[in-house]
Design a protein around this ligand. Structure first.
Ligand SMILES: Nc1ncnc2c1ncn2[C@@H]1O[C@H](COP(=O)(O)OP(=O)(O)O)[C@@H](O)[C@H]1O
Ligand SMILES: [Mg+2]
Length: 236
């Protein structure tokens, strides 16, 4: 079975959309009249630094407001969760179990029950020893992994992962790929490592805030690679 066929089809109707968005950050125009309907279960987001990948995610999760247009979110509370490029922007609590217990707040458990549940869940993943660890004692990649664990626990309908593989070692990258393939949520992933999204049913290539190409993963990744190769070819 291919990785793409493992992706659950249950969120094709979530109706996440950007409609005629104009966004200026500081004095920088980022998007002008951008419209995207984002219904597929797995969507990759690629493009050069500064293309607008993080800005798109910040818009969807409400961290930035557009100057014009609107963001349409799936119905219900807790709809969208984001994993930041920099784990330290996301983590609030001093220990792993406290940080992860926060993800269960929608279950309205007592603090103790939430922590017990987190400990059991970590143990089932072979990470039982992480529960009491101080966040400050973890490496950057381990902190990024904690952010992913927090997102998985929180049961959002849509997850936005901004360069989630950037600090991970190879085993952690493989585990994250597996988790992404199996998670029931709709997932959008921005990355410069195209092999992490090449098998996705949809990949969007952003270029200076515009959609340069939007289609199947293999097709769009190949087009971006060819463009990069032509831009970086040695001149004689
Ligand atoms: N905090 C900020 N203030 C002003 N402009 C920003 C800020 N962050 C990013 N930008 C600008 O927004 C544009 C898109 O950036 P970003 O969304 O971070 O791109 P990417 O994630 O694809 O590298 C760039 O021109 C960048 O300079
Ligand atoms: Mg970015």
């Amino acid at each position: 079975m291919s990785a793409a066929s493992l992706t659950p089809p249950c969120h094709r109707d979530t109706g996440l959309a950007l409609e005629a968005i104009t966004l200026v950050r500081g004095h920088t125009p980022v998007f002008e009249d951008l419209t995207l309907h984002l219904r597929e279960a797995r969507i990759g987001l690629i493009g050069d630094n500064g293309a607008g990948k993080s800005s798109l995610f910040r818009l969807i999760c409400g961290l930035d407001q557009p100057q014009a247009g609107r963001v349409v979110l799936p119905q219900g509370d807790n709809a969208v969760g984001m994993m930041f490029q920099n784990a330290d922007e996301q983590i609030i609590f001093p220990t792993v179990e406290e940080e992860l217990a926060l993800s269960l707040h929608h279950l309205k458990l007592s603090r103790r029950d939430a922590q017990l549940r987190v400990r059991d869940w970590l143990a089932a993943r072979g990470l039982g020893s992480w529960a009491p660890r101080a966040i400050g004692s973890l490496s950057q990649g381990q902190r990024q992994h904690v952010c992913w664990l927090a997102l998985m626990l929180a049961s959002h309908r849509t997850l936005l992962l901004d360069e989630p593989f950037a600090s991970l070692d190879l085993p952690s990258q493989a585990l994250l790929r597996r988790d992404i393939a199996q998670a029931p949520a709709q997932i959008m992933v921005s990355t410069h490592v195209l092999d992490h999204v090449r098998h996705f049913e949809r990949v969007i290539w952003l270029d200076s805030g515009r959609v340069r190409q939007d289609g199947s993963g293999p097709e769009v990744c190949a087009a971006y690679e060819a463009d990069v190769a032509s831009r970086t070819a040695p001149t004689h």
